[in-house]
Design a protein around this ligand. Structure first.
Ligand SMILES: *[C@@H]1O[C@H](CO)[C@@H](O)[C@H](O)[C@H]1NC(C)=O
Ligand SMILES: *[C@@H]1O[C@H](CO)[C@@H](O)[C@H](O)[C@H]1NC(C)=O
Length: 248
């Protein structure tokens, strides 16, 4: 099951799962948007579309029944006022979505009993407090995303995969070499949403390779795409990632 499935990465992943012949569920808040971006007709449970809200664990519990893998692709999203300042809608602050909302998903998945692997898309840039992005809209999104990651890792789920992409691009995927790193040390800190979706699909299809990984994801547009399995191998290598002193 993919949450945040009508989002830009979530919809790419849900459609890719369907194309790969994998029985997938989309957890969505807005059925009109689901109809627009997921190509469903009835847009109900018969087509794998489950309507609910991650801040409402009851709706999650129904959707997660029998699910083996959960991909958490929900994220807080800052909006901009005409004068250029950013804000979050009430109830949709990073604390509500990236920490408590993520936690609701993890805990409900554990209670469902069938979930053996949770994949979480967080963000690069969590090693340094009070950066521009973290302070946007007074949300501390990166701080709360880091807390969401920690709660997943400590949850006791048999397997987790945490992907921390750099700046997200909406351009085509499959063109650039993907890079795995740690502690915000990657130089080329940008990656396409399509590539994030491909990494998630590969992680789902290769659970042994993606088991209990947490890594930064970026890309080098000057090098051709490589194997996703070697990306997971690179992600296990923390050498050179300690003694971090980076400028974001
Ligand atoms: C649901 O999605 C539609 C289409 O994207 C949008 O026009 C509408 O405002 C959304 N509704 C809510 C409550 O967000
Ligand atoms: C921008 O607009 C909001 C809402 O009107 C206001 O609260 C805020 O103080 C403004 N910020 C600046 C920098 O003008």
């Amino acid at each position: 099951m993919v949450t945040g499935a009508t989002g830009r990465t979530g919809s790419l992943l849900f459609l890719a799962l369907q194309s790969a012949g994998i029985e997938a569920r989309a957890f969505v808040r807005n059925i009109t948007k689901a109809r627009e971006v997921l190509g469903c007709k009835a847009c109900d449970e018969s087509e794998g579309i489950y309507v609910g809200d991650i801040t409402d664990p009851e709706t999650l519990g129904n959707a997660l029944r029998g699910v083996r893998r959960l991909v958490i692709l929900t994220s807080s999203y800052p909006l901009q006022l005409p004068n250029g300042t950013y804000y979050f809608p009430p109830g949709e602050y990073p604390k509500d979505i990236d920490w408590i909302g993520s936690n609701n998903q993890v805990r409900t998945a554990l209670m469902a009993g069938s979930v053996e692997h949770i994949l979480l898309v967080s963000s690069m840039g969590t090693t340094q407090p009070d950066t521009f992005l973290d302070k946007l809209g007074d949300g501390h999104a990166l701080f709360y995303k880091l807390n969401g990651e920690i709660d997943l890792m400590a949850s006791g789920i048999p397997s987790y995969t945490i992907i921390k992409p750099g700046g997200l691009l909406s351009t085509e995927g499959g063109r650039s070499l993907l890079l795995a790193g740690h502690n915000d040390r990657l130089m080329h800190a940008r990656v396409t949403r399509a590539d994030v979706a491909s990494v998630l699909l590969a992680a789902i299809l290769n659970p042994k390779h993606s088991r209990n990984l947490r890594f930064d994801l970026s890309s080098d547009p000057d090098q051709p795409a490589g194997s996703l399995l070697s990306l997971f191998e690179d992600a296990r290598d923390w050498s050179g990632s300690w003694n971090n002193n980076v400028q974001l």
